[in-house]
Design a protein around this ligand. Sequence first.
Ligand code: FAD
Ligand code: FES
Length: 341
Amino acid sequence: MKENQKQHQVFIEGAGLSFTISENDSILGGILRSGVGIPYECNAGGCGSCKYTLIEGDVVDDFEGSAGLRASDKRKNKHLACVSRPQSDCVIEIKPDAEYVAKTRPKRVNATLQSVEKLTHDLWEFYFESDPPARFLPGQYAKLSLPGVAGPRSYSMCNNGNNDGRWGFQIKRTEGGSASSFLFDNAVLGSRITIDAPYSIAHLNEQSERPLICIAGGSGLAPMVSILHGAAKMALEGKRPILYYGARTVDDVISKEYLDRIPHFDVEKQYIPIVSEVEPGNSWSGPTGMVHEYLAESLDDDCQDCDYFIAGPPPMVDAVRRHLILERKIPVEHLHYDRFY
Ligand SMILES: Cc1cc2nc3c(=O)[nH]c(=O)nc-3n(C[C@H](O)[C@H](O)[C@H](O)COP(=O)(O)OP(=O)(O)OC[C@H]3O[C@@H](n4cnc5c(N)ncnc54)[C@H](O)[C@@H]3O)c2cc1C
Ligand code: FES
């Protein structure tokens, strides 16, 4: 997309780095687009991991109520890189981190809604198409700017990067949420949006030979479907990925027919849905309870050799991580996660 906005220089104090950022870009977006890495996770003001100190210059904070910034942070002139934009040349303090340097630098593209499919009563799959290719790795997410919605929203892609410009998202309706209201109630085929992508370091590493375990809760399914499609193209030599899916009710369980579309994925052997609230009288015969409790009972002793991908609501992701790190002693570098704030 064309940038007609004013440009500003941002200097990272102590790191000897400076780059040019457009006035309508977030500090985080601008830094990643310049080829530098700084810590981040949600890109939505929720986690606080992109906090920096403003030493000189002016920025505007787009999301005043962001949970990632406390009142004490504001008194110390701290801001969140994902929801603040430069209004002049700035000097900031934050530690660059090479781990976060984007393998593909994020870009903004315009895209058009092509199809909608209902996966459950409140989880729908939306496919958009852009003229430029869709460049991302399995497991990454995008920031979607939607008509009439203030600020972008983070949503994970459920397909794989492709030259046809196809971007798939599985979106859960948030009661009263402005982005999901637009998508569920107002969007029509042909609706135009802007996609800013790709983001996240929790992506599939096609060079890794470790078996994969995918653990999702709710809308955390999308990046796992993307990863499973990616894994289908890898030579995993008989090491079949397993998908654990935590659903609140039986109605929230994703159908086997849908997952059957993933090449080489045997839903009977590789898909384990776990329901936390089964209504009395329901005929559900699968596992019940919380995902981390189920993993505590069922993971094999050789689970240390696996790569774990985890996505979904922050309490679910944190409970699973605690179990894997503290009780199973899984090395932290084997855990890859996105919390859906
Ligand atoms: C990395 C990541 C990946 C995700 N992937 C998915 C997915 O694949 N599918 C899915 O259904 N959900 C996903 N989510 C969750 C999804 O982003 C939220 O549920 C979304 O905020 C709902 O938006 P809404 O407008 O419908 O709801 P609302 O509740 O109205 O949205 C409020 C939220 O929007 C954000 N927000 C509000 N104002 C601003 C602003 N000015 N600038 C930036 N952010 C603002 C804040 O995060 C706030 O909590 C993901 C979240 C993250 C962090
Ligand atoms: S608050 Fe900025 S990345 Fe989460």
